[in-house]
Design a protein around this ligand. Structure first.
Ligand SMILES: *Cc1c(COP(=O)(O)O)cnc(C)c1O
Length: 361
């Protein structure tokens, strides 16, 4: 069923119908889409079929399409980076596709031929290569997605799916500087439960997080820090990023125990810190430990990690109406060094010793 030889057709937009490209210095995030997309379909009889790169277009979906009712939808997020000498690089794309296949298994969706889809992605980006921004720090954000398309009401796993990849040029995340964010520690709503779907990148997780996110924003915070569902005691993630702390020069992050999304940036950060000889721990961290470390001054830094921002330093926490400032509200040296090194690898300016970078052509 996982056919790595699947034929990929290419249907190009006629030259005179290509879109006008947006202003590279005003891209924002997720606003513009390139000329082409990739898509393929799955059903039980044919497996994956009708794979093609074609003009960016609306989906045709029956109102009874099962994704709209029962939520079988998974996605990924990765980026393409333009180097100074005009090559285009992907960062750990195989890991994104492997994670997406894990999400597929969790959501009872079919696995897809990851190697072949990576080839299709490279061809798609090459075709739309003028869309990979030249502006400093700007990138092409890539959104692979899979949804249940079978038109049927009645709860079971669907028997028809569509997979697609759409790409959008996005601006530098820190166009106004690498500024620490204010984080609200959420002790009412939760993101994920053990045994649930927190470790899958599935659409419903994000819908479920909005209520807390809006509440935190109303109170003046940028993001929510999630605690565990059972005891509201152990730290899980921050917004849609993994979370790290530096306490007494040790880099600490919660372990992957099923309710946390296994971030690729998280994994890269752990690897780089180990390379530097820094002590690294993946272990449970209680909110009480963090409060205590804030109070006795042993908490040196905290930051989120994810594809969009790479590293997002935390300047302040609010827990039960009390505010805690971290590192005087400034970006710390570990966050800064990780950010610099990861960006340098991603933009091809520093040697990649881990085989993370994959050229588009
Ligand atoms: C995508 C995501 C992350 C970060 O993963 P990366 O692979 O580093 O981009 C972390 N937490 C959640 C909930 C996510 O959806």
């Amino acid at each position: 069923m996982i056919n790595n030889d699947i034929e990929i057709a290419v249907q190009k937009v006629p030259e005179d119908q290509l879109k006008t490209k947006p202003d590279q210095n005003n891209l924002g995030f997720g606003n513009f889409f390139t000329d082409h997309m990739f898509s393929m379909h799955w059903n039980r009889q044919q497996g994956w079929h009708e794979a093609k790169i074609h003009p960016f277009q609306q989906l045709q979906l029956d109102p009874a399409a099962m994704v709209l009712h029962y939520g079988q939808a998974i996605f990924e997020g990765l980026k393409a980076y333009r180097t100074k000498d005009n090559r285009i690089l992907l960062f750990r794309p195989q890991d994104n596709f492997a994670r997406m296949n894990k999400s597929a298994i969790r959501m009872c969706m079919p696995r897809f031929p990851a190697e072949r889809v990576l080839q299709a992605l490279r061809a798609l980006i090459y075709l739309d290569k003028e869309w990979v921004p030249h502006a400093k720090g700007a990138t092409l954000y890539i959104r692979p997605t899979m949804i249940a398309t079978e038109p049927m009401l009645g709860l079971r796993a669907a028997e028809e799916y569509q997979f697609f990849i759409i790409n959008c040029p996005v601006g530098a995340y820190y166009s106004e500087g690498f500024n620490p964010t204010k984080i609200y520690i959420e002790d009412e709503y939760i993101r994920a439960v053990p045994g649930g779907v927190g470790d899958a990148k599935t659409a419903g997780n994000y819908a479920a997080s909005l209520k807390a996110q809006i509440g935190a924003q109303k109170k003046g915070y940028t993001q929510v820090l999630w605690l565990d569902a059972k005891q509201r005691k152990y730290i899980e993630e921050v917004g849609t990023s993994n979370i790290f702390f530096v306490i007494d020069n040790v880099l600490i992050t919660p372990p992957l125990k099923g309710s946390i999304l296994p971030g690729i940036t998280r994994d890269s950060v752990l690897q780089l810190a180990e390379d530097w000889g820094m002590q690294v721990e993946e272990r449970r961290i209680s909110i009480d430990e963090i409060v205590k470390a804030c109070e006795d001054g042993s908490l040196q830094e905290s930051f989120g990690t994810g594809t969009a921002a790479v590293i997002a330093p935390v300047g302040e926490f609010c827990y039960r109406e009390k505010e805690f400032t971290i590192n005087g509200g400034n970006t710390g040296p570990v966050a800064q060094k990780l950010y610099n090194e990861l960006q340098a690898i991603q933009f091809g300016e520093q040697e990649d010793n881990h085989g993370w970078v994959v050229p588009v052509s």
